[in-house]
Design a protein around this ligand. Sequence first.
Ligand code: GTP
Ligand code: MG
Length: 455
Amino acid sequence: MVLDSLSDRLKESLKKITNIGLVDKKAVIELSSDIKKALIAADVNITLAKEIAQKIRDRGTNETPPKGLTTREHVVNIVFEELTNFLGKEFKEIEFKKKPTKIMLVGLFGSGKTTTAGKLGRYYKKQGKKVAVVQTDTWRPAAYAQLQQLARAMKVDFYGNSSAKKPEDIIKEFEKEFKKYDVVIIDTAGRDSLNKELTDEIKVLNKAVNPDEALLVLSGDIGQGAQSQAESFHKNVGVTGVVITKLDGTAKGGGALTACATTGAKVMFIGVGEKMDAIEEFKPKNFVSRILGMGDLETLLKKAEGAIDKDKAEKLAKKVTKGQGLSLQDLYDQMEAMQKMGPLSQIMGMIPGMGGAVPKDALKGQESKMKTWKFIMQSMTPTEKENPDVMNASRINRIANGSGTDEKEVRGLLKQYKQMQKMMKSMGSPQKMKQLAKMMGGKGGLPGGMKLPGM
Ligand SMILES: Nc1nc2c(ncn2[C@@H]2O[C@H](COP(=O)(O)OP(=O)(O)OP(=O)(O)O)[C@@H](O)[C@H]2O)c(=O)[nH]1
Ligand SMILES: [Mg+2]
């Protein structure tokens, strides 16, 4: 998950407060000090970390909990609110008032502009928009092919001219075409630093493109350094928002995120991996709730939407509510959709109450099991998958051989499947559904029975 170590430390501090008998002044002071240390370790500026801790401490020791909230819940809410405040509080969404809405990506060398152009292309196409990406990087020879390939893979239109000398000429060449699109994403060249050359080039390009959004792409691994970059880009070229990339691979992400917030630049997206689906809208509330282990259902559902085939999902839902049970093919489709959503550990972190609930090793084991099951199911015939009752010893032997597994593993899968089948069937009755809901309400939910503000 993003900011794993910060998240672990924050969760650890919160756990202390949810486990002790009495949440008194001393406990709040200790909590605020823990949080300060965790933030500093994530490269948050020291003064800022102190300020956050101070607020938590003051509010936690002085405020009386509102009616209906225990002191414990109130303190947890304060932590949630104060961290959210420092990350920019509200989420700013790109508005699509104009056709085309032009999004230009700027930033230093290697910050992730081209990758982000591809990711955003995919992201908006998934929303049903007509998308084009444009390469204006005339500096790096490989830039043209890089974005062209990404566009091809994402099935979005690509514009560029590998022999053009000036970026603005490329814009002029294709300007007429842009009208066909809902969104045009413009990639630009990077440089080692924001020097006069780059500033001038961006200014000229800015004029030629007249973007609706100029997004500064920053690499999360620069940590606090994000502040001076955000400031100088803003002063010199004017940016409307920030994309922070590579948050998956750095412990300094906290620094980059909070630094941007202090400059007033809104973080709009975060990049969380090299793959094209590894981009998320940055919603401070959801983000904080996730790193605190409270889950982020909204982002999870969005991911699910992207990963799950709608028709299949509807069919599945019908089967479940009718108590029909699922075929092995359904199980296979489910697993495939889950894998598309990302590693299990990441998914678990988004489910309220599940963050940290299942040990990472167990998840890894489950993941490799799912892989084996996929191989096994790939070796089954359609009949076997739709109607596993036909399974017999010789079929099992054939499947084990075909999938490079052994009979025990095949039988294991069939057993699991039968158990699931039983559970699904029993869930079909309204009474059982109610029972299940009750069970989830009692045992599931947020850790320590916390409530989440605004959710
Ligand atoms: N892990 C990870 N890698 C990323 C992410 N975003 C980009 N990268 C990687 O960072 C490297 C640079 O990305 P590019 O998109 O080429 O960066 P750029 O800003 O276009 O670079 P220039 O055009 O040379 O200035 C590539 O290897 C990307 O795969 C991210 O969110 N996570
Ligand atoms: Mg590039």
